[in-house]
Design a protein around this ligand. Structure first.
Ligand code: GLN
Length: 558
């Protein structure tokens, strides 16, 4: 099973000594001093430790921007847009939550200011507020509180961790902090606040400085929120003297001042937090049992494989947003998981698709062991992607194309094997002569851009003996989508006769979901995004098989 259900196992909960509580507990994670301190990773690590003790946990992200969701944001703005099974376009932190917890998230796990306001305004138009003036307090804060408690409602989770995006003190995060203040007041025994802050090192003074942390806690206090736990990001050890100082100035217990040192990999963070006893401190504060010890056997096995590779491969990731690596976060993490299963260090060579031409492709990709052509939208960089695919197809270099990457493989094959020189996708040339990729009928009438693609999980039937079938070892799979255009089935027969086969199809609509070339070491294109479902506990079968194919191809060449 891809996502084992930690929640239903009553026997194991008894075994772990978890006393059933009738109310869900809430942990709020706020950030201070600076952005990018890693609230998402701290939240995911804490959740992992609690889950490993047998608690059922989910994590939610509240984003203070006005977009309804990040689906319409350029990846340069906000990194990758992560897609859930239920088709929500969400913040990339949800990817971390799933990769750490191995439990799927949903629309309810990511809420933006835009969505909060949209919902309040819709209610106002419906007349739900009985002629009252609609205000930030209580209407917006009530809506925020409702969204937080939605995840705790049906008793599915013992603990909901809510990460508040942004930094304390930002104007736009004020309503969220106010909602937290109200919840702390209303559910005194069921809520705590973990504040992530920075303890910078001043090299000229040779010292760690606690003042920024003191100030950011003061800022929280001004808003009526007393943090219970402080996680202090630091490049150097946080000695006892400093911990005492922080505890005293910020009204927190000494054991609740947690050192959060920079780690070699994000996957070390749960273990570092365990050493600091973050999970124990949190459970004590929530009056939950700390009897059980976290079972991190599988996690440790993964780390052991990750840190002791016996071979190495280099894979080119060809895309147009490579300057901001967060744009391809789930792909690079999926390679880390796939590398660990194969005990292989996977190096990624980030290649800008706009830079590739027929003249330089050999020079850029000649020494590469495998190539992934990334998803994307629009025409920028598309000719470089097509040129890349011609090169890997002709030179028999293992290839994985995702979404636009798969569509480019279809276009390349049409042009260079089927002789359809003007083949293209109608996304780029609407009236092209050979529209081998075109828009689904239902998409043609849509005029809005947000949330209108084929989104979320769809089933896919695999052809026996195909590389996809060998990877999944089953014939019916479910994968997540985010696109408007599809393989044009009018051309399928011609493709199949000439060597490019549809090895995965949607069983209901017949839409092509996977293409492969058999006469090649490993050439697979997927219309869906396999990267979204790769986790530490369940590395994605296609990524694992791709790395395995690269290794055996490399050995053959030797
Ligand atoms: N632009 C393509 C489409 O909409 C591919 C999308 C993607 O790569 N996610 O179909």
């Amino acid at each position: 099973m891809l996502f084992p259900n930690y929640l239903d196992n009553f026997a194991s909960r008894i075994f772990y000594g978890i006393i059933m509580s009738n109310s869900t507990k809430y942990i709020f994670v706020t950030g201070g001093v600076a952005s990018s301190l890693g609230k998402g990773i701290i939240s995911a690590s804490l959740a992992k430790l609690l889950q490993a003790r047998g608690y059922s946990v989910t994590i939610q992200k509240l984003d203070p921007y006005i977009n309804i969701d990040p689906g319409t944001l350029n990846p340069y703005e906000h990194g990758e847009c992560f897609v859930t099974d239920d088709g929500a376009e969400t913040d990339l932190d949800l990817g971390h939550y799933e990769r750490f917890l191995n439990v799927p998230t949903s629309q309810a796990n990511n809420v933006t200011t835009g969505r909060i306001y949209q919902s309040v305004i819709e209610k106002e138009r419906r007349g739900d507020f009985l002629g009252k003036t609609v205000q930030v307090i209580p209407h917006i804060t009530d809506e925020i509180k409702e969204r937080i408690q939605l995840l705790g409602k049906d008793g599915k989770y013992d603990i909901v961790i809510t990460e508040i995006g942004g930094t304390v003190g930002d104007i736009e995060s004020l309503p969220y902090v106010e909602a937290v203040r109200q919840m702390l007041w209303e559910f005194e025994n069921d809520c705590i606040v973990v504040h992530l802050t920075l303890v910078p090192y001043l090299s000229a003074a040779g010292e760690l400085k606690t003042k920024p942390t003191q100030h950011s806690v003061k800022q929280l206090l001004e808003l009526g929120v007393q943090p219970d736990v402080l996680c202090c990001r630091t490049e150097h050890p946080l000695e006892l003297g400093l911990r005492k100082k922080i505890a005293k100035f910020c009204n927190v217990n000494l054991n609740a001042v947690i050192e959060a040192r920079d780690a070699e990999t994000i996957y070390d963070v749960p273990l570092l937090m365990q050493k600091e006893e973050l999970d124990k401190v949190v459970l004590d504060k929530l009056n939950f049992s700390t009897k059980s010890k976290p079972n991190l056997d599988q996690w440790n096995k993964f780390l052991e494989n990750l840190k002791n590779p016996t071979s190495e491969v280099t894979i080119a990731l060809v895309g147009k947003y490579v300057e901001l690596k967060d744009s391809y976060k789930s792909i690079s993490e999926a390679f880390i998981h796939a590398g660990a299963v194969n005990r292989t260090k996977v190096n990624i060579k980030w290649v800008h698709s706009e830079k590739i031409t027929s003249e330089n492709v050999e020079e850029i990709l000649g020494e590469i062991d495998g190539v992934l052509v990334a998803p994307g939208f629009g025409s920028r960089g598309i000719s470089g992607k097509i040129e890349t695919i011609r090169f890997v197809r002709e030179n028999k270099i293992p290839f994985l194309g995702i979404c636009l990457g798969m569509q480019c493989a279809v276009i390349e094959f049409a042009r260079n094997v089927l002789g359809m020189k003007d083949a293209h996708t109608t996304e780029i040339i609407e009236d092209c002569k050979y529209p081998v990729i075109n828009m689904m009928k239902e998409q043609k009438t849509i005029s809005k851009l947000g949330g209108t693609m084929r989104l979320g999980a769809y089933k896919c039937q695999l052809v026996p003996e195909s590389n996809a079938f060998k990877a999944y070892n089953t014939d019916l799979i479910s994968e997540r989508h985010r696109h408007r255009y599809e393989f044009n089935n009018e051309y399928l027969e011609q493709f199949e006769k000439t060597g490019m086969k549809a090895t995965g199809k949607n069983p209901e609509t017949g839409l092509v979901e996977i293409i492969e070339i058999a006469d090649h070491p490993w050439f697979v294109g997927t219309q869906f995004h396999p990267e979204y479902k790769s986790t530490v506990d369940n590395p994605h079968p296609l990524f694992s098989s791709f790395v395995k194919a690269i290794l055996s191809n490399k050995n053959k060449i030797k």
